[in-house]
Design a protein around this ligand. Structure first.
Ligand SMILES: *Cc1c(COP(=O)(O)O)cnc(C)c1O
Length: 363
């Protein structure tokens, strides 16, 4: 018997999400974020599907991911978000790095000249995320210097929001204001790079931040970073399934799993499922998540084990060993249900489940 999980990736849903997002942002380019193996959906397959739909630009975290895209035959623009040091790969594969310092810009400029080429670069400024980039308050001079370096063509200027929620857009608006102030200062000096700051949450909630382009990850895969409100219609792209390995009858008062964290309150039918935390089904889903079996919700009972998980299926009719169980997706729990149960985000649910599953693609 196969171990673990199967992730069905529904590319039609991905395409539909792209179209909904495009309708929302208008004519400006959409930079599709496919880092972390496309949030667990498989980077090259997702990239090809998006390319066929006319996506203008792909974004990854590291050059190694960009190289994998090139080696899979993808041409066109690839933005490397976090990794501006790997100059040979940037030049050899024609990548567009996001630069985080003047030092990195100079090093790239030297090598680009040596090769007699020009590299399109984007410069990152920190407007309040506290992670990477030039401090927005002091960035103008450095950006002008970078723009004047031979071998580089300043194509974009970007920043990243740290806190965008339907309840409070105040901090995001402060970040946006300082980004726009920098943009205006650069425009006064004749510099007009493509400015982008928005990702999934702000694309939905803060239209004034759309600017010249938007970078979208999570929403393409069918979820928003916030719960409850659905300003843009999105479809889950990934269905994750496994099967019932064994069925057990337990009497009222029996314990289940390591640490005896669950005790049956009635005579129960318990399904032993063929996956565990080694498959990315987080331990924090123990006694909190639900799975769907034969169209019914069944609670996870006891601690999730390394290779096995137990669910109470007393109320599920006509169940047999080998039957399908759905952990996530259109015919099962939404990734927000799992995120809430585990006390985490849909990002972590998608990457941990999709990252380890055997993937199959459905056109
Ligand atoms: C991951 C990432 C994005 C995409 O964010 P989503 O919330 O998934 O849309 C955009 N920009 C940067 C810099 C990122 O790291």
């Amino acid at each position: 018997m196969q171990r673990g999980l199967v992730a069905e990736v529904h590319l039609a849903a991905l395409r539909d999400n792209l179209r909904s997002l495009k309708a929302h942002i208008g004519q400006r380019p959409l930079i599709a974020v496919v880092k972390a193996d496309a949030y667990g959906h498989g980077m090259t397959e997702v990239a090809w599907a998006l390319k066929e739909e006319g996506v203008e630009c792909l974004a990854v975290a590291f050059t190694s991911e960009a190289v994998a895209l090139r080696e899979a035959g993808l041409r066109g623009k690839v933005l490397v978000l976090f990794d501006d040091q790997d100059v040979p790969a940037i030049l050899h594969y024609g990548l567009s790095p996001v630069l985080h310092s003047l030092k990195a810009a100079r090093a790239l400029s030297v090598q680009a000249q040596r090769r007699g080429t020009e590299v399109a670069v984007h410069v990152k400024v920190d407007t309040g995320m506290g992670r990477m980039g030039l401090d927005v308050q002091e960035a103008a001079e450095a950006v002008l210097q970078i723009a004047s370096l031979p071998g580089l063509r300043l194509q974009g200027l970007l920043s990243h929001f740290s806190d965008v929620s339907p309840k409070d857009l105040g901090y995001a608006k402060t970040q946006l204001r300082s980004f726009l102030a920098l943009r205006a200062a650069l425009a006064e000096r004749g510099l007009r790079p493509l400015c982008h700051i928005s990702s999934s949450a702000s694309v939905a909630l803060l239209p004034e931040a759309h600017l010249d382009a938007v970078r979208v990850g999570l929403a393409l895969y069918g979820a928003m970073p916030f719960q409850d409100e659905q300003p843009i219609a999105l479809k889950p792209v990934m269905k994750v399934r496994s099967h019932v390995l064994a069925l057990r009858r337990l009497k009222k008062g029996q314990h289940i799993g390591y640490g005896r964290t669950f005790t049956t309150q009635r005579d129960s039918l318990i399904a032993v499922l063929a996956f565990g935390y080694a498959d990315g089904y987080l331990g924090s889903l123990s006694n909190t998540a639900q799975v769907r079996i034969n169209g019914r919700e069944a609670p996870v009972v006891g601690r999730v084990c390394m290779d096995l998980t137990m669910a109470d299926v007393t109320d599920v009719p006509n169940l047999r060993e080998g039957d399908e169980v759905v952990l996530l997706g259109p015919q099962g729990p939404h990734c927000w249900q799992l995120a809430r149960a585990a006390g985490t985000s849909p990002y972590e649910i998608l990457t941990s489940l999709g990252g380890r599953a055997r993937r199959v693609y459905v056109a």
